[in-house]
Design a protein around this ligand. Structure first.
Ligand code: NAI
Ligand code: MG
Length: 366
């Protein structure tokens, strides 16, 4: 059987950028004989409009059954006043939670043609290609006790950083597996100097390494020093693995080394399925961008790069993923830009579909 993909375009620019990904998927079928069984369903506001809930049980069941889920974005002002449980974002939280996607992959990749768009010097970022693996389902955002309590005559806000050995081990494995497909190098970041969870984190990551992945080069760094090194000389890293809180901050920081929100893909991985590949959901980092929705202005590259990640990490098609990224690099090198990639010097931006068509043309030439 062909590998299966569930597409959840969502709201706002989600369907607009996903339409361009469909062109790419079709190209791989027609020109490379790489056929996927593609189905589509609703999530977010679109699902609420049709079914009264931001994610139906049927859509969730489909997501659990396919090899990879591709998601656009959810949300919009139309839904801002809905009950919390019905909000579009709840659809996204539910699918992530039910699929138990504990490993969040956020690449920071700098296309040469955009190196001058970064806030850092060209030689610091040009050709950069690193991956931050963030633990996504535990840590201080979830640990108990949490709450705002009264203590004497004032209130105290409490969150608890909590990690079990198995939670650390599984995200470490995810990072080591990734490293084996990349450059065999992992840097683990925590604050073992001041946090108990950091001490355990370092110990468990080292143990998983020694017992299961001795061939991968492993180093440890305090997360604050890591933040400095990321800005100073990011190319020293390849895969970085870290907890939920540090990963949230470090991945946003690393992402901005490379330019626009319209360029950033992500993947969220869970436990291995019967075929050995992890459960997976791929999505651009950006949201539904209501300010530009319906105007053909959205940059589809973040969503197309998310599909490239699916090719690489769910379908074992690393060469085809390289081909797709190469096509994007070629299009950018030719000077084509959506509006979000235009500097103050201006120029004439291309539309969402013109950008998608250009990537298809570059694939033809590859
Ligand atoms: P946003 O990411 O949608 O937009 C932030 C800014 O970046 C906007 O000016 C937007 O026009 C621009 N932008 C985003 N993606 C772009 C693209 N592909 N091409 C060109 N420009 C792009 O974040 P914002 O405005 O905070 O949230 C808007 C809605 O999206 C809200 O309802 C929010 O809850 C939702 N959201 C959904 C996410 C998801 O589905 N994963 C993530 C973040 C926000
Ligand atoms: Mg963040």
């Amino acid at each position: 059987a062909n590998p299966s993909i569930l597409i959840l375009p969502g709201d706002g620019i989600g369907p607009e950028v996903m339409a361009e990904v469909r062109k790419i998927i079709d190209w791989f079928g027609a020109k490379r004989g790489l056929n996927f069984d593609v189905s589509e369903d609703l999530i977010g506001g679109a699902a609420y409009d049709a079914h009264g809930v931001p994610l139906t049980d049927e859509a969730l069941a489909k997501a659990q059954a396919v090899d990879a889920v591709l998601l656009g974005a959810v949300g919009g002002p139309k839904y801002d006043n809905l009950d919390f449980a019905l909000k579009p974002e709840r659809g996204l939280l539910r699918i992530r939670k039910e699929m138990d996607l504990f490993s969040n992959l956020r690449p920071a990749q700098c296309f040469d043609a955009l190196a001058d768009f970064s806030s850092l010097k060209r030689d610091v970022v040009a050709g950069l290609d690193i991956m931050i693996v963030r633990e996504l389902t535990s840590g201080v955002y979830f640990g108990e006790p949490r709450g705002i309590f009264t203590e004497g005559n004032e209130r105290v806000g409490i969150n608890t950083q909590r990690y079990t050995e198995s939670e650390i081990a599984r995200v470490a494995r995810s990072a080591f597996e990734l490293a084996k497909r990349r450059n065999n190098k992992v840097c683990s970041m925590e604050k073992a100097n001041v946090m108990e969870s950091g001490i355990l984190w370092r110990e468990v990551v080292q143990k998983v390494h020694d017992e299961e992945y001795p061939e991968v080069e492993l180093s440890h760094m305090y997360a604050d020093a890591g933040a400095m090194q990321l800005c100073r000389w990011p190319k020293q890293f390849d895969v970085i693995v870290t907890d939920n809180l540090f990963g949230d901050i470090l991945s946003d920081c690393a992402a901005m080394l490379t330019g626009s929100l319209g360029m950033l893909p992500s993947a969220s991985l869970g436990a291995p399925m019967a075929n050995g590949r992890p459960k997976a959901l791929y999505e651009p980092v950006h949201g539904s961008a209501p300010d530009i929705a319906g105007q053909g202005k959205a940059n589809p590259i973040a969503c197309i790069l998310s599909f490239a990640m699916a090719l690489r990490y769910s379908f074992d098609q690393g060469t085809e993923a390289d081909r797709l990224e190469g096509a994007i690099e070629a299009v950018l090198a030719s000077g084509l830009r959506t509006a979000d990639l235009m500097g103050p010097e201006g120029g004439k931006p291309v539309s969402t579909s013109e950008m998608g068509d250009a990537v298809v043309k570059a694939l033809d030439a590859s």
